[in-house]
Design a protein around this ligand. Sequence first.
Ligand SMILES: Cc1cc2nc3c(=O)[nH]c(=O)nc-3n(C[C@H](O)[C@H](O)[C@H](O)COP(=O)(O)OP(=O)(O)OC[C@H]3O[C@@H](n4cnc5c(N)ncnc54)[C@H](O)[C@@H]3O)c2cc1C
Length: 258
Amino acid sequence: MSAPALWDDYPYRVVSSRRVTPVIQELHLTPDAAVMPYRPGQYALLNDRDYQVPQRSYSMANAPRADGVVSLLVTHVPDGPTSTWVHHQLTPGGLVTLSGPYGTFTPDPAEQGPVLLLAAGSGLAPARALAEGLLGGRPSRPVTLFFSARRAADVIDRSRFQDWANTRSGFRYLVTLTREPHAVDRPRIPDLLPGTLGDLTGWEVFASGPPGFVSGCATAARALGADAAMVHTEEFFTEPQPWTEQPPSPQLRKASPR
Ligand SMILES: Cc1cc2nc3c(=O)[nH]c(=O)nc-3n(C[C@H](O)[C@H](O)[C@H](O)COP(=O)(O)OP(=O)(O)OC[C@H]3O[C@@H](n4cnc5c(N)ncnc54)[C@H](O)[C@@H]3O)c2cc1C
């Protein structure tokens, strides 16, 4: 008997597409057939039904829901084929394929200590899914979400997270603006961690977003006492994938999830 597939292709339909910052589009996708199972923090490969756009990785931006709806936060990369397609061509009603789930940017089920989510830009996607999953889990773990944006207009979901901070015990929300023109200083998360959180011994840490941001956060977290095995990283941009010019063959897609 053959082993069951660990991942597969799932047709989803776009139910909404809206600009949430000047460069980030949020999609809501509803399953057109089977629901793709996943854990908060994981990602899927997205492409059109005919494999005309290059397949790219996007983290699910919500914890799994009973209705199967998945949200994605997609940053527009100028001249990037897939993010441009999402921003300018993919509209409600359109069919896409999600393939997955992939990734190990997920909490250790044996851990019960506090969790620190460090995110920049669309790196908020897995952080938001993790926050939803952890706060809804049993036992619930204390969660601190620290979000880095360039300017106020780049902050995603501020009112939702502020509401959580006011109403859910164990949730803390911090934002830093690194390029706000009128700010006195423009501190970055790695510089702020010692003063805001201090000792991270026993914390499980997740950093997601652009590579420089992620590596800076991971280094700072380890310097503050977080165990290296408890510091998880998800870097979002990679060199163009080998199938940029060609639709991928099924074998290539299965063998090279990123
Ligand atoms: C595990 C994983 C999860 C990811 N999750 C998300 C997500 O949730 N949301 C999201 O928006 N992206 C995410 N990405 C990045 C995404 O897969 C694509 O790389 C991105 O959307 C660009 O695709 P593209 O086809 O438009 O451009 P590409 O042809 O892939 O890129 C064009 C050029 O731009 C560079 N580049 C790619 N992304 C960026 C960027 N953000 N800023 C500056 N330069 C960039 C590339 O290195 C390349 O040189 C994730 C990547 C990985 C590996």
